[in-house]
Design a protein around this ligand. Structure first.
Ligand SMILES: Cc1cc2nc3c(=O)[nH]c(=O)nc-3n(C[C@H](O)[C@H](O)[C@H](O)COP(=O)(O)OP(=O)(O)OC[C@H]3O[C@@H](n4cnc5c(N)ncnc54)[C@H](O)[C@@H]3O)c2cc1C
Length: 254
């Protein structure tokens, strides 16, 4: 089939795939160039939370409105626990989901995999193993973070713990950042996110592990370590040299 216009998108992260799905639904041809052999290569099967407090409307409804189907793990969490130094743990509860739990990575059930399937079923062309750095002309750039405003180090593991969400705000565990534990049906993710002292990330990881072991009955099986980094500061401009920057390439995160 011939399409009047083809939109080129660089990177096949969630921002790019959502853009591709929306544009394709509006009748445009879409080509996505991804440097990795598949989607989700930057992540490790870890849980993430899609926050639901940024808008008056529920994020599930907003996704539905732009034509995104929920064909991935998408679990509402209505409560969680916050730890901070010199404070009793605070139980946070809400009548509407505080966040939605998703899994990230290159395997079935992840956000990345689900969005890829939706894009492909609509006829979006995804070209893997194709790094693009200097594309001439118009394009959408969804290449994720460049450099690190924050560094994360954590583990995924199997556990007998009940489902839970825990956040820790403590400079001794995550300098100027936060640590978290997310458990869903016997699988868990625990990580510390540092905004300072990146070189000591492994030390802070050990401190976080000890913290969780001390505060709750954490049993850990099949642990797999992962790391990552992120850009948290929105750029002054989202357009440059005929390119539109989206997602974390534009500084949008959390
Ligand atoms: C450990 C960790 C935990 C996180 N937890 C959360 C959380 O709980 N909640 C939350 O909202 N966010 C979280 N984030 C951030 C979240 O993962 C990112 O904000 C999100 O993935 C960004 O999506 P994106 O589509 O902008 O970019 P990405 O997901 O980074 O995708 C960019 C894609 O572009 C590709 N690419 C890059 N350069 C090129 C190039 N030159 N040519 C072709 N392809 C290229 C990459 O291979 C990648 O596939 C976390 C991040 C990490 C690392």
């Amino acid at each position: 089939m011939m399409y009047k216009n083809t939109v080129n998108i660089i990177g096949a992260g969630p921002a790019s795939l959502v853009a591709a799905i929306v544009l394709r639904k509006h009748g445009l041809a879409v080509k996505v160039f991804e440097m990795s052999p598949d989607v989700g290569y930057r992540l490790s099967g870890d849980f993430q939370g899609v926050e639901n407090w940024s808008s008056e409307r529920d994020v599930t409804e907003l996704l539905g409105e732009i034509g995104i189907r929920i064909n991935f793990l998408w679990m509402p969490y209505y409560e969680g626990t916050v730890y901070a130094p010199e404070m009793k743990p605070v139980e946070v509860k809400s009548g509407r989901p505080i966040f939605y739990l998703v899994r990230r990575g290159s395997m079935p059930g992840t956000l990345d995999w689900g969005l890829k399937e939706q894009a492909l079923s609509l006829g979006v062309e995804i070209i893997f193993n194709h790094r693009l750095d200097n594309l001439e002309g118009k394009a959408i750039v969804g290449t994720g973070p460049k450099g690190a405003d924050a560094v994360a180090v954590g583990i995924t593991f199997n556990t007998k713990m009940q489902d839970k969400a825990v956040v820790v705000l403590d400079d001794n565990i995550a300098p100027k950042g936060y640590a978290y534990l997310l458990v869903k049906q016997g699988y868990a993710t625990m990580a510390t996110v540092l905004y300072r002292e990146f070189k000591k990330a492994d030390d802070y990881f050990e401190k976080m592990l000890n913290f969780f072991k001390e505060k709750m009955d954490v049993d850990i099986k099949n642990r797999k370590k992962f790391g990552g980094y992120g850009n948290f500061f929105i750029r002054d401009k989202q357009t440059r040299n005929e390119k539109i920057y989206i997602g974390e390439a534009a500084g949008f995160q959390d």
